[in-house]
Design a protein around this ligand. Structure first.
Ligand code: BES
Ligand code: MG
Ligand code: ZN
Length: 507
């Protein structure tokens, strides 16, 4: 899908369809309440064509209302209700665009959208960002494994944003558009990785595909650590998870240095859980719980998506991206429950449940990140089923050791209308992870507070003085809740990529 900005436009562009948003205004006079359409911003000939259409009397511009009417020149006009103007947010615009797109995508090749009616609270660039992101995120379909007869390509090829804005505003608007395309395409790439089946996206292929993509990014250095290097790094927990697998663990290490970096440039490390499949290991998952465990690498694809989006949009900070890739398989070499392994930082860990594997991989990778002395580490992981119980499919849980960092990430989530909620790491959870045999055990004594106990476990591998935040995306990582119309009904949601990209632009 291509986007074009048409500023200083006298009329709508010559497309099959022209879309105009209307607002509703409710007025109370005495005992009477009346809802009226506000469409004063529409071009005159559109207003005339609309009012000559009999059904237009019934159109009040309430949220989601649509009316299709003919325009001169053989165009179709769509009047689209956004509701009360004062209550409009960027998220309303994203949702409206998603619903609109779904109606148009299979029937029309090009669409002209009246941008001015979608400008929220006078914010031109933010409004363009929200619209364009929503178009691209809604267009997403995963059909890599469908034969061509079953591939359902969208028909819509061109979207023109018509606006009366002066040409002087075009440059900044175009930059916002280009950035939105880069970010939304990174969201879709993250979704692609999640949706790819695990027999194709095993650690080796996944690492190769990330490396191939990252090599196209300016200012990015790429390194991959395999089994031998992980042994040298003494990553005993990570290797224990990988030892039942035929596929070598791959730690992808990407570094972005911005062009004008100085000693004062902030450095953020992103760490992602990349379990290409989680069988549970010898503490095997029941069959039904194992289905969809290909998505257990969503933390890594979220982090790569955010890294890629931030690099393409010129983030000013240095960013390290570390993806801990492996599957959690069974086989003669698989690690036993009761085994004791030594973590990278020297702590010994009793593995009481091989299904609590994400924390073993992340613990070692987070510790590796600490050696780079970043200003902050953020990790993302589909870490605990308990997270779904705690905050559902709609919300990302955030925990950590530094309130300032957590508040900044929460703010970015708010900026991007993604749901994020903080859970506590309390000393009692740390006590619960003490082992009789080793320094630590990898599960607590009960399943209660599972998300926070997993985070408490991770905290053991964060070096003193380093700010760290952990995102549990077990619920929000896939779209089962389908609460956002611009997310697919099934599969990777790509949520949190935009929040993290926003954070990386605001450090
Ligand atoms: N990948 C799972 C977490 C998960 C489960 C995410 C269901 C999404 C849906 C993780 O590796 C896991 O298996 N965690 C265990 C931990 C338990 C053994 C302490 C869990 O949540 O059951
Ligand atoms: Mg598991
Ligand atoms: Zn897992």
């Amino acid at each position: 899908m291509d986007f074009k900005l048409n500023f200083n436009a006298k009329n709508h562009s010559d497309c099959e369809v022209a879309v105009f948003a209307g607002f509703s205004k409710t007025e109370t006079k005495g005992k009477k309440t009346e809802t009226k359409l506000v469409n004063s911003h529409w071009p005159k000939e559109v207003k005339d064509a609309f009012s000559s259409f009999k059904a237009s009397n019934n159109f009040k511009g309430t949220n989601g209302e649509t009316l299709v009417f003919p325009l001169d020149g053989g165009h179709i006009a769509v009047a689209f209700g956004l509701g009360e103007k004062s209550k409009l947010t960027l998220e309303c615009s994203r949702k409206a665009i998603a619903n609109l797109f779904k109606r148009l995508v299979d029937h029309h090749e090009d669409v002209a959208v009246n941008l001015d009616s979608f400008i929220i609270k006078g914010k031109l660039e933010d409004s363009i960002t929200a619209m364009v992101e929503s178009f691209i995120m809604t267009e997403y379909r995963y059909d890599a494994f469908k034969s061509s007869a079953n591939k359902n390509k969208s028909k819509l090829k061109t979207v023109i944003l018509d606006s009366k804005q002066p040409k002087s505003k075009l440059k900044k608007a175009q930059a916002a558009l280009d950035a939105a395309v880069a970010v939304a395409e990174s969201v879709n790439l993250a979704r692609d990785f999640v949706n790819c089946p695990p027999n194709d996206l095993h650690s080796i292929n996944y690492a190769k595909r990330v490396v191939a993509d990252a090599k196209k990014l300016k200012g990015v250095k790429v390194k991959v650590l395999g089994r031998a290097e992980l042994k040298k790094e003494k990553m005993g927990m990570y290797l224990a998870v990988n030892q039942g697998s035929d596929y070598e663990a791959q730690l992808v290490h990407l570094t972005y240095t911005p062009p004008k970096a100085t000693k004062k440039t902030k450095h953020i490390a992103l760490v992602g859980k990349g379990l290409t499949f989680d069988t549970g290991g010898l503490s095997l998952k029941p069959g039904a719980a194992m289905v969809n465990m290909k998505f257990d690498m969503a933390g890594s694809s979220t982090m790569y998506g955010a890294f890629r989006a931030a690099v393409l949009t010129g983030a000013k900070c240095k960013i390290t991206c570390l993806l801990g890739l492996t599957d959690n398989a069974i086989g003669p070499k698989a690690i036993y429950p009761d085994a004791v392994v030594t973590a990278r930082n020297g702590k010994t860990v009793e593995i009481l449940n091989t299904d609590a594997e994400g924390r073993l991989v992340l613990g070692d990778v987070i510790n590796y990140a600490c050696d780079l002395k970043p200003d902050a580490i953020i990790d993302a992981a589909t870490l605990t089923g308990a997270c779904l119980v705690a905050v559902g499919h709609e919300t990302c849980a955030i925990l950590g050791n530094n309130q300032k960092l957590i508040d900044s990430v929460l703010k970015s989530a708010k900026n991007k209308d993604e749901y994020m909620w903080q859970l506590p790491i309390i000393p009692e959870f740390h006590d619960d992870l003490k082992s009789v045999t080793a320094d630590l055990k990898n599960i607590g004594g009960s399943r209660f507070g599972g998300t926070a106990k997993a985070a408490a476990f991770l905290e053991n591998f964060v070096e003193e003085g380093i700010a760290w935040a952990h995102l549990d995306i077990a619920g929000i990582g896939d779209s089962q809740g389908a609460h956002k119309p611009y997310c697919p009904a099934k599969g990777g949601s790509g949520l949190i990529v935009r929040s993290l990209c926003d954070y990386l632009h605001n450090v």
